[in-house]
Design a protein around this ligand. Structure first.
Ligand SMILES: Cc1cc2nc3c(=O)[nH]c(=O)nc-3n(C[C@H](O)[C@H](O)[C@H](O)COP(=O)(O)OP(=O)(O)OC[C@H]3O[C@@H](n4cnc5c(N)ncnc54)[C@H](O)[C@@H]3O)c2cc1C
Length: 435
């Protein structure tokens, strides 16, 4: 039985987080512009405001929200994380203040599982403390959804890997202390055993940036999703994470439960958009009455609310599967969350922007930031179509071809069988329209 009840002590924590977000993080979002990279620990001015807030979170035992106790986190289950991430999702800075921002959250999971003791000391510990940030460098210009297209390669020469090639949309690379690069080390192996994951410190000679792509709306050429060139970049042999050709297994480690944390935050983002719509509907008077009295506005708000509630239940159910050790069975559910995440946020935020009129499409409410982030929703971590396909295949596994010429639900056959079971003729029950 699925049980979503929460512990009263946890309810208290949730209340603390809600208040803290309202009183401290919402104002921080208003203070520091989103284009000031929130994840850059070298930004001393921003850190002077950020660090005391992080200290408050630590004092509450909530730092590294997604982490197990052995990595210094509170060890929450995924259902609990769903509630917490929903609150943080209303904000821009929330994940950074609570030490669970991507891509560092996933990269720390990789290092914890596959790193050597030295990697843990040099990279994992400062990463968990948010003293440094990191980057996951996998997508290439020629291929994102299809990793079998990747060309950036590493060749072992003596005790060093020599990396050559380019990577595209490596978020955060400019500030990152190290990259986890997914490179071809086994070109002749089967398609999904060609890649390996290798740690590349940022200051290694041979790394350069071709450009810094930004998101739509960010002024060109400013951006934080680097196009990186690796030119005879040499790193020690020990920087290999996992086995040679085991890159996909390593990448899976960063995707575990973390894959749905984003969906959890999007619930919060959508709720904020609905809050803004509700307030606006009661405030704006058009043709003698508030927008709230217009039936089309009621339909829009009602529909948004229904979609978000359905989405939350889907995410909670998936989270519950993780908490109940059903990671493998949860895979199609994760895909479903990712598809719904993109579609529902698109609908809800578009409606909210539209309802707020010119203000809604301006840069004077948080909606524009939400809109630009949702453009990536159906793309980062694989496009919607791939997740739909994956979910579809999982559903199809439950079925096989009909045994005869007609579908199993072909009524003449069903009726013949029913007549056999009950020993009567169906036509005996036909009394005609008049009875
Ligand atoms: C904000 C953001 C941050 C990102 N951060 C990182 C990062 O830190 N590190 C990193 O390595 N990458 C990152 N990426 C890249 C991301 O992983 C890729 O964009 C994604 O995998 C898709 O690859 P692509 O952009 O090459 O699109 P393509 O693979 O070219 O796909 C384009 C479109 O083709 C269609 N399509 C593709 N395959 C199929 C299929 N099999 N069937 C049907 N239709 C299909 C879909 O409509 C898809 O949207 C980020 C992307 C974004 C937007």
């Amino acid at each position: 039985m699925i049980d979503f009840r929460l512990d009263p002590a946890f309810e208290e924590k949730l209340e603390w987080v809600r208040t803290f977000v309202r009183e401290k993080i919402d104002p921080l979002d208003a203070l520091i512009d989103e284009h000031v990279a929130p994840w850059n620990p070298r930004d001393k001015k921003a850190m002077a405001v950020v660090r005391p807030l992080q200290a408050e979170v630590r004092a509450q035992g909530l730092w590294g929200l997604h982490l197990p106790p052995e990595l210094g986190g509170p060890g929450f289950g995924q259902v609990e994380l769903c509630h917490l991430n929903e609150i943080l999702g209303r904000t821009n800075w929330g994940p950074t203040i609570f030490g669970c921002q991507a891509p560092d959250s996933g990269n720390s999971e990789i290092l914890a599982r596959f790193g050597t003791e030295e990697h843990k000391k040099r990279f994992l510990e400062p990463l968990l403390a948010n003293e440094i940030v990191s980057c996951f460098s996998m997508t290439e210009v020629e291929g994102g959804s299809d990793p079998t297209q990747f060309r950036c390669s590493a060749v072992l020469e003596g005790d060093e890997w020599v990396i050559n090639g380019e990577k595209w949309f490596s978020s955060n690379a400019a500030q990152a202390e190290f990259f986890i690069a997914m490179v071809v080390t086994e070109p002749d192996a089967p398609r999904y055993e060609r890649l390996s994951a290798i740690i590349v410190p940022h200051d290694t000679p041979g790394i350069s940036f071709v450009s810094q792509p930004g998101m739509a709306g960010e002024p060109y050429p400013i951006g934080s999703h680097s196009h990186v060139r690796y030119d005879n970049v040499r790193v020690p042999r020990e920087n290999l994470l996992g086995e040679r050709g085991g890159g996909f297994k390593v990448a899976q480690a960063r995707l575990g439960g973390g894959r749905i944390h984003h969906a959890m935050r999007v619930i919060g983002m959508c709720r904020k958009a609905i809050d803004m719509m509700g307030e606006r509907a009661h405030s704006r008077i058009t043709q003698g009455e508030t927008l709230a009295r217009k039936q089309l506005v009621q339909v829009d708000i009602g529909q948004c609310w229904i979609e978000v509630e359905q989405f939350k239940l889907l995410v909670m159910r998936t989270a519950w599967m993780f908490d109940n050790h059903m990671e493998k069975e949860a895979l199609p559910w994760i895909a479903a969350c990712k598809v719904a995440c993109a579609q529902i946020s698109h609908n809800v935020i578009f409606k909210a922007m539209h309802m707020l009129g010119s203000l809604g499409v301006s840069n004077q409410t948080p909606l524009a930031r939400m809109w630009s982030s949702l453009l990536a929703m159906g793309m980062a971590d694989g496009p919607t179509e791939i997740h739909q396909m994956f979910a579809g295949r999982a559903v199809l596994k439950n079925y096989q071809a009909a045994p005869g010429r007609f579908p199993t639900d072909y009524i003449p056959d069903l009726r013949a069988r029913a007549e056999q079971i009950f020993g009567v003729k169906a036509e005996d029950f036909h009394h005609g329209i008049a009875g």
